[in-house]
Ligand binder design. Sequence first.
Ligand code: TTP
Ligand code: MN
Ligand code: MN
Ligand code: MN
Length: 397
Amino acid sequence: QINEAAAVVFSVPSYACQRRTTLQNHNTVLTEALSLLAENAELNEEDGRAIAFRRSEAVLKALPKAVTNLADLRGLPCLGEHSLKIIKDVLKDGVSSEVETTRQSDRYKALKVLTGIFGVGAKTADRWIKMGISTLHQLQASGQTLNQAQQAGLEHYEDLNQPVAKAEADAIGDVVQKVVLSVLPGALITLIGGFRRGKPTGHDVDFLITHPEEGREVGLLPKVASLLKSQGFLLYQKTTRNSYLESDDGPARLSSNMDRFERCFSIFKLEMNPGTTRSGTPRSSSRTESQSDDHSPQTPGGVHENGLESRRRSWRAVRVDLVVSPISQFAFALLGWTGSKLFEREMRRWAGHEKAMSLSSHALYDTKQRRYLRAASEEEIFAHLGLEYIPPSQRNA
Ligand code: TTP
Ligand code: MN
Ligand code: MN
Ligand code: MN
């Protein structure tokens, strides 16, 4: 058979944390199809399905060239029946009818709009949809009680659904660094999340803060948040204390994704210099000083951010996460907060299933030796786990 003879043979290890996944994706049409089904499953809280689609998506992202033929996929891990059917349809027709039907469905569209509000998760969105609320308009008319995060999320809906550019992340980093150092000289601030993996844009900006002297970092964020607020940089913030205790946390709870670091979820007010457009793309070096994009909000449901309508603003809202770790846990926090989410999940699965260890953003516990394994760098954590070191730019699974 010609196809089989011509089939490309790809070799891909089964855990995403064993693979080098860069941002260069040779199969975007396929991965976008699988990603939409994964997202839909996530929005419907069908976790098993979501993970299966995410794993298939990640395998295709790791391939060194485009798949053109189903036979190319032989021997690849993680590709279940359902994912294979989607791939087959896309290879044959360029689209999958299941994906397109999902994309156009009222429920998917409503879940997207509602969970697009900061502070609204799948559960809340589902409850509202069952009450007949599917748009921002309907939500506002319903008189539903919103918590503070959701109120801020609605108020800044349009801004928070615009991608954040690296230049904007760096500008926020400068502000955060200045304030953190004024409160705690010697503190170390690291850009984490997608930007650390080299992504050009993100949905938020994540920073990890530590101090070389253990303990000096305790209680830092309330001070940082109140300074940022008094200087007019915060539109919303919620700070929580560190609640991690190695002794009583135990390995059982360590495999969970949630961590217990001191942290601050915030909405930052970023002043935009004229060299940056609304979407954050650096302007060409020409002398056009007038802001290019007229800011006329076209928010779904007709909500006009801040009621400003077409009046020009000199700032935008950006989601910013600040996390503080003691230096003894820094390598674990750095690894855990660099992502991608699937890479992290796979690393924890590898630790548990292949090594009888329990990995979290705080620590690595060896179940057989019944002890915590220390690490001062990400490299040491990979080594403890018997994994080849994968740098952040290759963790884009
Ligand atoms: P995100 O900021 O959600 O994701 P991201 O930075 O990879 O993508 P984006 O560009 O869209 O912002 O999370 C960053 C990492 O932090 C991710 O690997 C998961 C991890 N994380 C935790 O460990 N605990 C948490 O409570 C949260 C919210 C994230
Ligand atoms: Mn490549
Ligand atoms: Mn992020
Ligand atoms: Mn984040």
